[in-house]
Design a protein around this ligand. Structure first.
Ligand SMILES: [Zn+2]
Length: 80
């Protein structure tokens, strides 16, 4: 019952460009890097990560897979 209520609420927060965890404005979140030309990963101060989609001009939760892939890319670059 509770779970059903959480998801639409999170969606509303994201539409308002706010972190679903701490409601901090995501426009102020730290840009940690590009995933592609149109997608950027941001990290809120509460460590939650989001994807900013420039094309749609909206924030999305980063999937676990996207996060892992991004971190892998980042560590590769750090070694070069
Ligand atoms: Zn947050």
């Amino acid at each position: 019952m509770y779970k059903k209520l959480v998801s639409p609420f999170q969606k509303v927060l994201l539409e308002k460009r706010m972190c679903v965890g701490c409601t901090n404005p995501l426009d102020k979140a730290k840009r940690i890097g590009k995933i592609s030309e149109r997608r950027e990963m941001v990290e809120c101060k509460c460590k939650r990560r989001y994807i900013f989609n420039k094309e749609l001009n909206e924030y999305q939760r980063a999937s676990f897979q996207e996060e892992q892939q991004f971190l892998k890319e980042l560590s590769k670059k750090a070694l070069v």
